[in-house]
Design a protein around this ligand. Structure first.
Ligand code: GLC
Ligand code: GLC
Length: 814
C-alpha cells in the first residue's frame, strides 16, 4: 500500500493523504538555521544546535502524535467554522490534500469549504529564517470572509532545560510586539543576545503571545479559543509559555487569490547594541528590520526559492545516473544524495526519532558521513574533518561526540570506543581521493580543542592508527574498549543496575575482550594510510603501514576465522562471540562486511565462504539481519545488545548501515546480481509498495528494519539520520556502478547485474565533467576503457589536460 508517489521530474515525494503511518518528515535549511517539518506541518526549528538554540517547541512522543508545528488556522467568519489546511492540529476532513516534500522545501496544500490553501515552507540560503508562503484561493461562487491565525510555540532556547526546568521557566518568558512583529526574547535581559521573531506581510488585526490565553483553559491545539471566537486576545506573555500568533482578516472575491507571507527567524545582536534606546530593556530592532522588510516581499521570496532550487540542482548534478532500474536512479540522483546532505549537516541530532537534546555530532558517525558527502561539498567536508580531528585526544583516542555550537568534545555519552579513531583515516582518504587536496594533511590541528597542541593532520592520522596498535589483546586482535561500531556490544560493562547507561558504565579493565570487526577496520584503515603516505612520497611510512596491516590480517585469519565465517569478538572471559560454538549470536554481519572490504580472505576462499554463510543465515527479504540466532535473554557479559527484544535494533534487526558493507563485499568478489539484489531489499523506493508494513518514509533510509525474530518483521524505525545513507550511497555509486575517485584519476569498475545492458553517468570530478557510458558485451566485469575515443589500459581515467573540462568515457564490460 502507498500513501503517495515519487514525482521524479520535480524531485518531490508527493503524499496524498495526511494520515501516514508515522509523520513523514523533511528538513528545511542547509547551513545554520534548520527545521524538521512533517507532512502535516508538525516539527520545530533551531539555529545551529538542536539542543542549545531551539527556536520552537516540540513535544516528542506526544498524543496525538506529532503535535506542535508551524500552524495556520483558517476560519470562515460567516459561519464560524475553522480548520487547519495542513490537517493537523484540527484534523478536519479536507476535500483535497497534498504534501510535496522537495529538496529543502515542503509544500502543503488542501481544499476545505471551497477555500484552497497552499503553504510553501523553506529557509532561504544565507539567512537564519524560514518563510511560510501561504497562497489562498477562493473557489466558491461567493465572497469568502476569512480569518487566518498563525501559530508557533517558542522554546526557551535550551531544549533540554525547556522540557524539564519548570520552576524557573514558567517565570522567564518575555516577548515584545511591535508593528505586528512578535519578538520572543526570553533571557535577552541577561546573558543572551539573540531573539526570535515572527512577522507577517499583512497588517494583523490582532495577536497572541501567551499560549494559555490563545488556547483557553484546558484546551488543545485543535480548538484554540481565539480561533473559535474569531478574534485574538492581544495577550502579552509574562512567564508561562510564549507563543506567536497573528490574526489576519481577508475577504476574497470568487476566484480571487491572495498571498500572505509569514517569517520566523533567529537573530543575534552585537553585545554592545542589544538595547534601543541604550539603557532600556527593549530589543534593538534596527539590525533585524532590513531582513524582515526584505523577505516580506513576494518577489524576493520567489527569487530566494529559485536560488534554493539552483543550489540543490548544483549539489545533485555532481553524480547523475541513468540505469535500467528506477529505484536505483531516483535514490542515487535525488533522495539518497539528499539524505547524505541532511545526515552530514545534522549527524544524529534532530529527527522524529532523535530529540535533538541527547546527542551532538558523533565522531564515528560524522567521519562516515563524509564518505557520502565529500563529492557534493568538498570544502565543507574539509572543515568537518578538521573540526573532528581537533577534538581528538593526544593518545589518538576520541571523544565519542562533540557539540556543534562549541565544537568541543563531550563525554556525556561515553568515550573509549576503540574503533572511533580509525574512521578519521577513512574520511580523510575519501576527501583526498575526491579532491587531490593534500594540503589538508599539513594543516595544523589541535588536540582536545587545546591551543598550543597543534600538529599536522597527518600526525593525527598516525596516532589514530597507533591507537589500535597500542591496544592489542591476548590473541593480538584489537581490544574492543567500550564497544566498537556496534555501540551495544558492551563486553566490558557487566551492568546489572536498571537504567544504568551502557554507554558510560564499565566494570572490567578492558584488557581481554577483542574485536574482530576492529581488526578488519584496522586493516582497511592501515592500507588507506599506506596509500596516503605513498601519495606524500613517504615510502618508509607506507611500507610500515602495509606491514602492520599484513600482521593484523594474519591474526584475523588465524584467530578471527570460525571455519565458515569471521568471528565477531572475544569476550572478557576470552570466549568467542559470533561462533558456531555459541548458543545464540553465532554469526554476525559486521566482521564479514568489514574484513572482506579490507581485502581479508579474498585469496583463499574465506571471503566466498563468509558471504555464502551470510546468504544462508542472515539474509531475509527485508534485508540482512545483524546476527542469528537473536539473543533471547539478557546476557550480563554482552551488554545492551541483548537488552533489546529479539529482532529490534542491535539485537538482530536489519540494521541497515551494515547491509551495504555486504553489498561492497559482493562486488569485490564480482557478484553484481547478488550485490544489487541486497541493495534493493532495503532501498526505500523499492519498499514503497509496502508502506503499511515499512511505515517510515519511502524516500529515505531508516536505521533499522525489524528483523525476522520481531513480531513487527519488516517495520522500519529511526529514519533519516543514519550512516545507512552514506554507506548505501557509497555502495551503489562507487561499487555497483563502480565509479570511484582514486588518487590518480577516476576509476571505473562496475559490478552490475548481468541483465543490465549498461548505464550512463555524468560525474563532476575535480572540476571536470565526465560523461560515462557503460555497455555490456559479455557477462563478466572486465573493463575496456576508451577515453575520448582512445583505448586506455586499466580502469582509471587519467586526469585530462588543464584546460579540458569535459571528458567522454566509454566502458565495455565483458
Ligand atoms: C547508531 C550509532 C552508530 C552506531 C550504530 C550501531 O547508529 O549512531 O554510531 O555505530 O548505532 O550501534
Ligand atoms: C543506543 C542505541 C544505539 C546507539 C546508542 C548511542 O545504544 O541502541 O543504536 O548507537 O544508543 O547513543
Amino acid at each position: 500500500m502507498q500513501y503517495g508517489y515519487f514525482d521524479d521530474t520535480r524531485r518531490e515525494y508527493v503524499i496524498t493523504r495526511p494520515d501516514t503511518p508515522l509523520p513523514w518528515i523533511n528538513y528545511l535549511g542547509c547551513e545554520a538555521y534548520f527545521g524538521i517539518i512533517s507532512n502535516t506541518a508538525g516539527g520545530y526549528s533551531f539555529y545551529r544546535d538542536a539542543r542549545l538554540r531551539r527556536v520552537t517547541r516540540y513535544r516528542y512522543n506526544n498524543v496525538p502524535l506529532d503535535c506542535d508545528g508551524r500552524y495556520i488556522y483558517l476560519r470562515d467568519n460567516d459561519t464560524g467554522t475553522f480548520w487547519s489546511p495542513s490537517w493537523q492540529p484540527t484534523r478536519h476532513n479536507l476535500e483535497e490534500y497534498v504534501c510535496r516534500h522537495g529538496l529543502g522545501y515542503t509544500v502543503i496544500g488542501s481544499v476545505c469549504k471551497g477555500v484552497e490553501a497552499q503553504t510553501r515552507y523553506f529557509v532561504p540560503l544565507g539567512e537564519s529564517l524560514e518563510i511560510w508562503q501561504l497562497t489562498l484561493t477562493n473557489r466558491r461562487e461567493e465572497v469568502a470572509d476569512l480569518s487566518i491565525f498563525s501559530c508557533v510555540e517558542f522554546a526557551l532556547w535550551d531544549a533540554q532545560d525547556d522540557a524539564t526546568n519548570f520552576q524557573r521557566n514558567f517565570n522567564t518568558g518575555e516577548v515584545e510586539v511591535e508593528d505586528g512583529v512578535i519578538y520572543h526574547k526570553t533571557e535577552y535581559r541577561e546573558r543572551r543576545n539573540h531573539f526570535a521573531y515572527f512577522a507577517c506581510s499583512e497588517k494583523p488585526t490582532g495577536f497572541d503571545t501567551q499560549r494559555d490565553v490563545f488556547l483557553g483553559p484546558y484546551r488543545g491545539w485543535d480548538s484554540p479559543a481565539a480561533v473559535e471566537r474569531g478574534q485574538s486576545f492581544n495577550s502579552v506573555a509574562h512567564g508561562w509559555s510564549p507563543i506567536g500568533s497573528h490574526h489576519v482578516k481577508v475577504r476574497l472575491k470568487p476566484g480571487e487569490t491572495r498571498q500572505v507571507i509569514f517569517l520566523l527567524g533567529y537573530h543575534e545582536n552585537p553585545k554592545d547594541r542589544k538595547f534601543d534606546p541604550p539603557g532600556s530593556q527593549q530589543i534593538n530592532k534596527e539590525t533585524v528590520k532590513p531582513i524582515t522588510e526584505k523577505y516580506l516581499r513576494p518577489g524576493v521570496v520567489d527569487e530566494a526559492f529559485e536560488a534554493l532550487c539552483v543550489y540543490w540542482d548544483g549539489l545533485l548534478s555532481v553524480y547523475q545516473v541513468q540505469t535500467p532500474d528506477v529505484h536505483t536512479n531516483r535514490m542515487v540522483n535525488v533522495w539518497n544524495a539528499y539524505q547524505c546532505v541532511a545526515t552530514f549537516n545534522l549527524s544524529r541530532s534532530a529527527s522524529f526519532f532523535e530529540s535533538g537534546v541527547g546527542r551532538g555530532m558523533g565522531f564515528r558517525d560524522s567521519n562516515q558521513d563524509v564518505l557520502g558527502f565529500a563529492h557534493a561539498m568538498p570544502e565543507r567536508a574539509r572543515e568537518r574533518i578538521l573540526d573532528l580531528a581537533s577534538t581528538q585526544l593526544e593518545t589518538g583516542g576520541a571523544y565519542h561526540q562533540y557539540q556543534p555550537l562549541t565544537k568541543r568534545g563531550n563525554d556525556e555519552i561515553g568515550g573509549d570506543f576503540n574503533d572511533d579513531p580509525l574512521w578519521l583515516v577513512l574520511s580523510v582518504a575519501a576527501y583526498l581521493k575526491e579532491t587531490g587536496d593534500r594540503s589538508i594533511l599539513d594543516e595544523p590541528v589541535v588536540y582536545e580543542s587545546r591551543p598550543g597542541t597543534e600538529q599536522p593532520l597527518y600526525e593525527h592520522l598516525q596516532r589514530s592508527i597507533q591507537y589500535t596498535l597500542d591496544r592489542l589483546g591476548p590473541h593480538g586482535l584489537p581490544l574492543i574498549g567500550r564497544a566498537d561500531w556496534n555501540d551495544c556490544l558492551n563486553l566490558n560493562t557487566f551492568s546489572d543496575s536498571p537504567g544504568e547507561s551502557f554507554q558510560i558504565a564499565t566494570s572490567r579493565d578492558g584488557k581481554v575482550a577483542e574485536s574482530v570487526f576492529i581488526g578488519g577496520l584496522f586493516v582497511l584503515a592501515a592500507r588507506e594510510m599506506a596509500a596516503i603516505a605513498g601519495e606524500c612520497g613517504l615510502a618508509e611510512d607506507a611500507r610500515r603501514y602495509l606491514d602492520e596491516a599484513a600482521k593484523i590480517e594474519a591474526v584475523v585469519l588465524e584467530h578471527g576465522w570460525d571455519g565458515e565465517w569471521f568471528l565477531r569478538a572475544y569476550d572478557d572471559f576470552g570466549q568467542k562471540v559470533g561462533s558456531r560454538e555459541c548458543e545464540e549470536g553465532q554469526i554476525f554481519i559486521e566482521p564479514q562486511g568489514m574484513c572482506i572490504s579490507a581485502g581479508i580472505g579474498l585469496d583463499d576462499g574465506q571471503a566466498d565462504r563468509a558471504l555464502a554463510s551470510v546468504k544462508e543465515r542472515l539474509a531475509t527479504p527485508h534485508g540482512i539481519v545483524l546476527h542469528q540466532p537473536a539473543y533471547s535473554r539478557y546476557y550480563l557479559h554482552l551488554g545492551e545488545i541483548s537488552s533489546y527484544p529479539p529482532g529490534y535494533k542491535e539485537n538482530a534487526s536489519v540494521f541497515c548501515h551494515t547491509n551495504p558493507w555486504i553489498v561492497i563485499a559482493e562486488t569485490m568478489l564480482g557478484n553484481g546480481d547478488q550485490a544489487h539484489d541486497y541493495y534493493l531489499r532495503i532501498n526505500p523506493s523499492a519498499r514503497e509498495g509496502i508502506s503499511e508494513i515499512h511505515r517510515c518514509e519511502p524516500y529515505v533510509y531508516a536505521q533499522m528494519i525489524a528483523g525476522r525474530d520481531a513480531p513487527t518483521y519488516g517495520e522500519a524505525k529511526n529514519s533519516w539520520l543514519t550512516g545507512t545513507a552514506t554507506w548505501n550511497y557509497v555502495a551503489i555509486t562507487q561499487w555497483i556502478l563502480g565509479i570511484r575517485p582514486a588518487y590518480r584519476g577516476l576509476q571505473i569498475a562496475p559490478v552490475i547485474p548481468t541483465d543490465w545492458p549498461g548505464f550512463e553517468v555524468t560525474r563532476l570530478f575535480r572540476g571536470v565533467t565526465y560523461h560515462i557510458s557503460v555497455e555490456r558485451a559479455g557477462k563478466g566485469n572486465e573493463v575496456s576503457l576508451f577515453v575520448d575515443g582512445t583505448r586506455v589500459e586499466g580502469d582509471i581515467v587519467p586526469s585530462p589536460a588543464e584546460d579540458q573540462t569535459e571528458v567522454h568515457v566509454r566502458v565495455v564490460l565483458s
